[in-house]
Write a protein that binds this ligand. Structure first.
Ligand SMILES: Cc1cc2nc3c(=O)[nH]c(=O)nc-3n(C[C@H](O)[C@H](O)[C@H](O)COP(=O)(O)OP(=O)(O)OC[C@H]3O[C@@H](n4cnc5c(N)ncnc54)[C@H](O)[C@@H]3O)c2cc1C
Length: 406
């Protein structure tokens, strides 16, 4: 079989399987039912050989390449799949464990993740540490047989469902801020872990604040090495960018080009030259980003990883979404902010419009992506970093008072 034949055959198997197994839209179902469907679908993906497509076979993955992953993502975009509870585990924590986990950690956690049995979250951001996450203040202090953690995290996606989290904590405040961090696996059901929902302006609560009060973590829960948590975080953030870039919104998403054309027809303005121009521009940007992402994946498959160009894709995706929000708001008019709750289409559109601006913040803000592009791709001078070599305990950062973390 030629490469082209093999690719077509893989695409056709994926398409057939998805057509036969994709559950119907989950929007509007009670949260417990949505979660049940998500778990069942993840297990079905695994049994069919479509979970962990690029993960090595030794850890339960399929050992395939980015080409197969790309085909799966393209075909999956035709459906509204219930994969949301697993995005952090499958896209970020799992791949980081594949790279850095001990053999025991891989054996314990990866199969459960692939099978949809356990949900993960990422515990990096804090009230005083977002873009500058290395300024975090959550402390892990050595105890006889492990660590004791105290502190607060925020914006933790899916923590309300999570069984485990990848926690970044400060283990040595006497070292400079990037050098005294460690990444841990934390049991989200352990005594002392409190999860509180945070609502965004769409009215939903996709993320949470998480408190740690004397939470005990065993020694074998360290991911990578003690005090090398920054390196582990960089590994995870690399996977995060790839995951955000590779995840395609379903075509049925209300902010996708095809849905907005439908909306223009519904509102009776599809023939209006100004609306047509807006929609054409949106299409051109959507297509350009698709092709840019496809090119990066092909280059990665050929041994040239995207590196800082992942930030171009992340920024372009956020800007595209902003353009889509403007077009959708113009077309929907007052329905964008005051919708009829009994009108499912209007409610879905309004929620899409109100939750989409978060994409300019989540996974690194647009400004931070611009800094990365400026410094690492365009070769512009670096931002001054006067705090890089100073012991963390001497810095006045976040909510820390001088000497407050010793
Ligand atoms: C939907 C959503 C989901 C999220 N999920 C998670 C999660 O699961 N786990 C997790 O750990 N975090 C999560 N986050 C947090 C996210 O990573 C942070 O919000 C983000 O990194 C920005 O940090 P901040 O909110 O503290 O803003 P800040 O860092 O305080 O930034 C405030 C403003 O200053 C600008 N700014 C900051 N530094 C610079 C600079 N050097 N140059 C120019 N401008 C700058 C920013 O662009 C922004 O406009 C999520 C956020 C969102 C919106």
């Amino acid at each position: 079989m030629t490469v082209v034949d093999a690719t077509q055959s893989y695409r056709s198997s994926v398409r057939t399987w998805l057509r036969d197994h994709a559950p119907g839209p989950a929007a509007g179902l009670p949260p417990d039912e949505q979660l049940r469907r998500a778990r069942e679908f993840q297990a079905a993906l695994y049994r069919a050989g479509y979970a962990g497509i690029t993960w090595p076979t030794e850890v339960g993955g399929q050992g395939l390449g980015t080409a197969e992953q790309q085909i799966f993502s393209e075909e999956a975009a035709e459906f509204d799949l219930p994969t949301y509870p697993f995005i952090i585990g499958m896209g970020m924590c799992g791949p980081t464990l594949v790279d850095l986990g001990t053999p025991e950690q891989k054996r314990r956690y990866l199969p459960e993740l692939l099978l949809g049995e356990e949900i993960w979250c990422q515990l990096f951001s804090e009230p005083g540490a977002g873009s500058d996450v290395a300024s975090l203040q959550t402390r892990a202090v050595r105890d006889v047989d492990g660590w004791v953690v105290n502190g607060q995290k925020v914006w933790t996606t899916n923590a309300q469902w999570a069984d485990f989290g990848a926690l970044l904590a400060r283990t040595d405040p006497e070292r400079p801020k990037h050098a005294g961090l460690t990444m841990f696996i934390v049991d989200m059901h352990a005594p002392g872990v409190t999860v509180r929902p945070l609502k965004d302006m769409s009215g939903r609560a996709p993320f949470n604040e998480v408190y740690f009060d004397d939470v005990r973590i065993p020694d074998d829960a360290v991911i990578g090495e003690v005090n090398r948590g920054w390196q582990a975080a960089v590994t995870m953030l690399g996977h995060e960018r790839v995951s955000i870039g590779a995840t395609r919104r379903p075509r049925s998403n209300p902010l996708e080009f095809a849905s907005l054309v439908e909306l223009a027809r519904h509102e009776g303005v599809a023939a209006d030259p100004a609306q047509r121009e807006r929609l054409a521009e949106l299409y051109a940007h959507e297509r350009a980003l698709e092709l840019f992402n496809a090119r990066m994946r092909q280059e990665a498959a050929a041994g040239n990883p995207p590196g800082a160009r992942g930030s171009v894709a992340k920024l372009a995706g956020a800007l595209l979404l902003r353009r889509a929000i403007e077009t959708a708001s113009e077309l929907a008019g007052a329905d964008a902010i005051a919708w009829d709750p009994d009108d499912a289409r209007a409610a879905e559109l309004a929620q899409g419009i109100n939750s989409a601006p978060a994409s300019s913040i989540a996974g690194g803000t647009n400004e931070v992506q611009r800094n990365i592009i400026g410094e690492r791709i365009l070769g512009l001078p670096k931002e001054p970093q006067v705090d890089r070599d100073v012991p963390f305990a001497e810095l006045k950062v976040g909510t820390q008072r001088q000497g407050g973390v010793r």
